[in-house]
Design a protein around this ligand. Structure first.
Ligand code: ZN
Length: 166
């Protein structure tokens, strides 16, 4: 709530009221704890509107098990990986990870995939699968006549291999 000076309205300076509010996210009704300036009534400050929108958004994400931009950013920082690379490892277009961190709502399937990355062994496996597909593409480019059925094995830890068949 760093946008508000001790919970005072940025327009008129009145003390803000903490209230249960009703909003809509993705066509669905949500109730959330928002802020309201009684003096400004219908014309609430943009910062208050943004704050309320974010609260409604968080409520919706919690309800549907969707990750927040913050938790998505934390996973990237934990892995120390670049956002484009993470998009590719999961099989999405390059800019998806950045979109999620900037507030684009991930689907439940996308959220679950991102969650898998919280475990380093999952990250290593997905990265190896991605690396194997790149190797496969490079081999195919170098040897267009290569027979189908040639396996590309990628080591991703001591015990496991990723097997990408042609
Ligand atoms: Zn006000």
């Amino acid at each position: 709530m760093e946008n508000f000076d001790n919970l005072h309205c940025p327009i008129c300076g009145s003390e803000l009221i903490d209230a249960e509010m009703e909003g809509e996210v993705e066509g669905e009704k949500v109730y959330y704890n928002g802020l309201y300036c009684a003096a400004c009534e219908d014309v609430q400050a943009t910062a208050i509107q943004d704050y309320n929108e974010e609260q409604a958004n968080r409520k919706y994400r919690r309800r549907h098990g969707l990750l927040t931009p913050d938790s998505i950013r934390h996973i990237r920082e934990y892995l120390g990986e670049d956002p484009q690379e993470l998009s590719r490892i999961l099989g999405f277009p390059d800019d998806y990870w950045t979109f999620w961190e900037s507030g684009t709502m991930p689907t439940r399937a996308q959220s679950n995939l991102i969650r898998l990355l919280r475990r380093r062994s999952n990250y290593a496996l997905l990265k190896a699968i991605y690396a194997a597909t790149i190797v496969k593409q490079q081999l195919r480019r170098r040897a267009p006549d290569l027979e189908d059925g040639v396996d590309v094995m990628m080591m991703y830890n001591e015990d496991d291999m990723v097997d990408i068949g042609f």
